[in-house]
Design a binder for this molecule. Structure first.
Ligand SMILES: [Zn+2]
Length: 120
């Protein structure tokens, strides 16, 4: 996402979706969230988020694009990813131990299952 402070402005209003075919772009609607968003699909242009503003710094954002909320969601995703990795690592360790036990001659399907339960 482009930082709002880097956005082009004209007469104090933010400019969205400027390109060769529409060099002037579209001027900010001051009742709407300032975040630039892209529509689905190829060749889509950036446009202003169409939700009402009222959140975040200066009340310039909608709830979804409030930078604090965006950061919180990113942090939650990172934490979820970290936990999944940790679980996979523990599971892989348990599988390796089970494999070594079987190779060492333990007839231990039950023990290996118990071991796997311990990490799940
Ligand atoms: Zn928004």
């Amino acid at each position: 996402m482009r930082d709002d402070k880097d956005r082009t402005r004209r007469n104090g209003l933010r400019v969205y979706g400027a390109w060769a075919g529409n060099p002037g772009g579209t001027l900010e609607d001051t009742s709407k969230c300032v975040q630039g968003v892209w529509s689905e699909g190829r060749g889509a242009l950036e446009h202003q988020c169409n939700r009402n503003r009222g959140h975040g710094p200066g009340g310039l954002y909608c709830k979804q694009h409030d930078p604090e909320e965006v950061a919180k969601r990113a942090e939650a995703r990172a934490e979820k990813y970290r936990k999944e990795r940790e679980f996979q690592n523990r599971k892989n360790t348990a599988l390796a131990i089970g494999y070594m036990m079987m190779k060492a001659g333990y007839d231990t399907e039950i023990k290996v299952r118990a071991l796997l339960k311990g990490v799940q």
